[in-house]
Design a protein around this ligand. Structure first.
Ligand SMILES: [Zn+2]
Length: 265
């Protein structure tokens, strides 16, 4: 798509569609066009500003709350500024930009409704206990708890998990990713928008994949991640299917357009 900085308005007419149903050309354009990326950021913030989740974030951050912060830009910058060999965990432990990112993604309506697709499936498969790996601000942890599952969150102690505790009316149990080997098996592992952030999937979640009956992740056939190289390292569906099969997990039947994919033993 032709770029015309600095006053490109190419993608703006398509924001509503991109928000609702995604669009590969708009996503690719945003990658290469800073003016449209800024407009897209403001567009999402303006929608988010009408929601209770936004009000929660503002209350939580108090005077440091920064409206219209372009968290994707900040994340990409912080990611590039890491010292070589820095632990990926340290990045997430300290990132307030990631908290903003997760809130605006959800509050703008851009984040697919993974729970609407996944909760009926978990019920159907007889799941009772769920580990929400990479739970962040609890975008799924809380609806899964509301749906009656016994949910354990898993994430680094971070601004995101502090916000989760702040806003939850449930008692929240969040364990550190380094401690998963100490946990009992779960009926289901719920892992959304996280596999792309794991440098070594076998090391990070192998112990969980060996024991879980069900694994739910986002639809890996859908292109993801605008933030940039390194922060996401997209896995292909073929790669993940092969990896899951090594742990005895095979694909569960779901519509091709579903926002989630599931694997079962
Ligand atoms: Zn543009």
């Amino acid at each position: 798509m032709r770029l015309n900085p600095p006053e490109c308005t190419h993608a703006r007419a398509r924001f509503a569609t991109y928000l609702r149903e995604g669009c590969d050309t708009t996503r690719d354009h945003l990658r290469g066009c800073a003016p449209c990326r800024r407009a897209w950021n403001r567009y999402r913030w303006n929608i988010a500003a009408t929601t209770p989740l936004y009000a929660d974030l503002r209350a939580f951050l108090g005077t440091s709350f920064t409206p219209f912060l372009d968290s994707s830009e900040v994340l990409a910058r912080e990611w590039r500024a890491r010292s070589p060999g820095e632990d990926i965990g340290d990045f997430f432990r300290h990132s307030t930009a990631y908290l903003y990112n997760l809130v605006i993604w959800q509050a703008s309506g851009h984040r697919p409704d993974y729970c609407a697709a996944g909760i009926p499936l978990l019920h159907q498969l007889g799941v009772r206990t769920v580990l929400d790996f990479g739970c962040g601000i609890g975008n799924d942890t809380l609806p899964l708890l509301d749906a009656g599952f016994q949910v354990t969150g898993c994430d680094y102690d971070s601004p995101s998990t502090a916000f989760l505790r702040h806003r939850s009316r449930h008692a929240i149990n969040v364990v550190a990713p380094d401690n998963i080997h100490t946990l009992p098996p779960f009926d289901a592992v719920w892992i959304i928008d996280t596999v792309d952030h794991l440098p070594d999937i076998d090391a990070a979640i192998g112990p969980l994949m060996r024991t879980t009956q069900v694994l739910v992740c986002e639809n890996l056939a859908v292109p993801r991640g605008v933030t940039g190289k390194g922060f996401h390292r997209p896995l292909t569906l073929t790669q993940f299917t092969e990896l899951a099969s090594r742990y005895g997990l095979r694909p569960a039947p779901l519509p091709a357009e579903s926002p989630i994919m599931a694997w079962q033993r």
